[in-house]
Design a protein around this ligand. Structure first.
Ligand code: CA
Length: 224
């Protein structure tokens, strides 16, 4: 059963590759493994992949450069596998166009789940949704109000609502502060990223139980 499409792993560690092969094949994906960035890019040219799992530390060109080259020609979802839990790696990865990342050592189950979440998002029809449901909260884009699981209706400020909408619209994905600023405050915003933290704090206060998770050193994710 390989009707899930092809997942391409670019990773020089054979042991990790074998673990992932078993997990993804069990989930119905066809699994292709490349040992270097160069051969990974070649594989991508030759076949259609639904998602790319990309290690940062590779012999030859590194994962960041591979991601840049992929993004020059393709929108295929990319999940970075970073070895170090450093702010720089994760931010750089997301800013050059990776869709998500996991930090080594990661749980195989988590990576499979993240991959499926990224696939769901990337292949969703690009229709403007008017109501998004997230963790029992109904976020109504027309009325710009939120109904909690307890039925209480809350009307956040305009900016708080825009921030919540952006997070909810990308539920399950890690969003960097830079991405959030750009999407919610706009390119020409010159303020601080701390602004986001303040707005998140307000949302958490007004919407008790809303699962906005802080991703240390990167940004935020709202859980589905
Ligand atoms: Ca490596």
């Amino acid at each position: 059963m390989t009707n899930g499409g092809t997942v391409l792993l670019i990773e020089d560690e054979a042991e990790i590759a074998e673990l992932l092969r078993m997990a993804f094949e069990r989930e119905g994906f066809r699994f292709v493994h490349a040992l270097s960035g160069e051969s990974g890019l070649e594989q991508l040219r030759d076949r259609e992949a639904r998602a790319v799992l990309l290690d940062v530390g590779l012999p030859g060109i590194d994962g960041f450069e591979v991601c840049r080259r992929i993004r020059a020609t393709s929108d295929v979802p990319v999940i970075m596998l970073t070895a170090r839990d450093t702010e720089i790696d994760t931010i750089v990865g997301l800013e050059i166009g990776a869709d998500d990342y996991v930090t080594k050592p990661f749980s195989v189950r988590e990576l499979v789940a993240r991959t499926k979440a990224v696939l769901r998002r990337s292949e969703e029809a690009p229709v403007e949704r008017s109501v998004i449901e997230v963790a029992g909260f109904l976020v109504d884009g027309g009325r710009r109000e939120v109904t909690g699981p307890n039925g209480v209706v809350v009307r956040p400020t305009a900016r708080e609502f825009d921030l919540l909408w952006y997070l909810a619209d990308h539920a399950g994905l890690v969003l960097s502060r830079a991405q959030i600023l750009e999407a919610v405050w706009g390119y020409d915003y010159f303020g601080e990223t701390r602004t986001i933290d303040v707005h998140v704090r307000q949302l958490r206060k007004k919407l008790d139980g809303l699962p906005i998770e802080t991703v240390w050193g990167v940004g935020y994710r709202i859980d589905e």
